[in-house]
Design a protein around this ligand. Structure first.
Ligand SMILES: Cc1cc2nc3c(=O)[nH]c(=O)nc-3n(C[C@H](O)[C@H](O)[C@H](O)COP(=O)(O)OP(=O)(O)OC[C@H]3O[C@@H](n4cnc5c(N)ncnc54)[C@H](O)[C@@H]3O)c2cc1C
Length: 427
């Protein structure tokens, strides 16, 4: 059964995924003479760089997500369908979704990536990932519930399992989560969980390579390590987590840590769609594209963002899977669609690295720009401004700004509520 979408004379561009890449592309194509169909398994866009603040009870989820329908309500040529896409048939030019099939003239795959557990099913079963706002909320509930429950436990070792946390992966997400947890331990626990001895809470950050923030400068990596250590985070470099059964984390050096919470921020792998030729799939489950973002060998199928693998000078192993690449590819592809409409040749994409940053805590961030890098309070202000401007929606920007101001002045995050989804039949 075809999904109900009006048949028109305009060419139909189907965009799968409304993340950074798919949303930017749809916005830029909305005013062109195409019919655009945006298909996403959620009815909202998620701002992933601030997931950790939702998980740490610093922001409400509604401040960092935005409904697609609201964004496109003025565009009569844009159709949003909430559905999971499972398969592509490039011969019949159809995609198959949980609600039926959709025909396309051009297809843009922008389905992003998911958590990579590197094939370890036991870890996948027990660890907590943070690749969606739902997962961030789950983590928030787990952290807060465990603090609540720990207050009911007398026995030291059992209590430690509830309050100690292990974070795997020393990239920006792992570093940001570790820093936020350390600040919670420092400012919140002594005030609100008075019977808990804050110094007994151990926050471990495990990183497989010899430095944090791989991909950033040595200067930034060292500064992040110094900040985290000063905050009391136990950072272990050159160490891999090899097993976790929900209670005990085992490292490759044989050491073990007992904890009920293993936060997994150690890697990503491209989301899968069946029906695409095997040859286009490269390492990390990415889709090999040419410099026009066309999936190799498929003229009318494009891929952008985290899922796309493009080689260019300076990026011989593909671009980093970050928001800037997704946004730049989306802008560029929108331009190329306009070129196609005018029967003009498409232009090759070229990535302009504008730098990268990570925050560790209040007045502590690291920033790498193409020619320089710096850290400290100024870097933190830059981090705040950049993220504030990047969030979609004026109301969201205002809410996030007010929250941050409030947190800064009061040393408090006021959203420590445990709200669990209602499951019928379960109390
Ligand atoms: C916790 C975290 C923190 C991050 N922090 C930073 C940061 O500070 N700076 C930075 O530059 N980058 C950061 N990133 C990376 C950045 O978020 C990604 O590079 C960016 O989101 C990629 O955009 P995308 O559009 O390719 O994919 P995504 O933004 O992941 O969007 C993919 C979309 O596709 C949809 N989708 C997936 N599969 C299907 C399907 N089968 N059917 C229908 N819809 C589907 C999803 O619902 C989603 O809306 C972070 C990522 C995470 C997880």
């Amino acid at each position: 059964m075809p999904v109900n979408i009006p048949e028109v004379e305009q060419k139909r561009i189907v965009v799968i995924g409304g993340g950074f890449a798919g949303l930017e592309l749809t916005k830029r194509l909305a005013s062109t003479d195409h019919q655009i169909v945006l298909v996403d398994k959620n009815n909202y866009h998620q701002f992933q760089p601030l997931f950790y603040q939702v998980a740490m009870a610093g922001l409400e989820p509604s401040s960092i997500i935005f409904p697609f329908r609201k964004l496109f309500r003025k565009y009569k040529n844009v159709f949003v369908r909430m559905a999971e896409v499972t398969e592509v048939n490039t011969a019949t030019k159809q995609i198959f979704t949980s609600y039926g099939f959709i025909k396309y003239d051009y297809l843009v795959i922008a389905i992003g990536a998911n958590t990579n557990f590197f094939g370890n099913e036991k870890i996948a079963e027990h660890a907590i990932p943070m690749k969606s706002v739902a997962e961030a909320l789950f983590l928030r509930n787990e952290i807060l519930s465990d603090y609540e429950n720990s207050l009911t436990i007398r026995e030291f070792d059992t209590r430690q399992e509830f309050i100690d946390i292990v974070i795997v992966g020393g990239g920006p997400t792992g570093v940001e989560v570790a820093g936020a947890l350390a600040e919670m331990k420092q400012y919140i626990i002594p005030r609100e969980y008075r019977e808990l001895a804050a110094h007994e809470i151990d926050i471990h950050l495990i990183q497989s390579s010899d430095q944090l923030l791989k991909g950033m400068s040595n200067k930034s990596a060292n500064a992040a390590l110094k900040y985290l250590t000063a905050l009391g985070v136990k950072v272990k470099l050159n160490t891999r987590v090899v097993d976790y059964d929900g209670k005990v984390v085992t490292m490759n050096d044989g050491s073990k840590i007992s904890t009920r919470k293993l936060i997994w921020a150690a890697g990503i792998t491209g989301n899968r769609l069946t029906g695409l030729p095997n040859e286009v799939l490269v390492s990390g489950n990415r889709l090999k594209v040419n410099r026009f973002n066309q999936v190799e060998g498929l003229e009318d199928v494009y891929a952008i963002g985290d899922i796309a693998y493009m080689e260019e000078k300076g990026y011989e192993k593909g671009h980093p899977q970050v928001a800037q690449v997704a946004l730049q590819q989306a802008k560029h592809l929108a331009k190329n669609f306009r070129q196609r409409l005018k029967n003009k040749p498409m232009q090759a994409f070229s990535y302009k690295d504008k730098g990268s940053m990570a925050t560790i805590g209040r007045n502590k961030a690291v920033v790498d720009l193409p020619r320089t890098s710096f850290h400290g309070a100024f870097a933190w202000y830059i981090w705040l401004v950049v993220h504030l401007f990047a969030i979609i929606g004026t109301k969201n920007k205002v809410f996030v700004f007010l929250n941050w101001m409030w947190n800064y002045i009061t040393y408090d995050q006021s959203l420590r509520l445990i709200i669990r989804p209602f499951l019928k039949g379960k109390s």
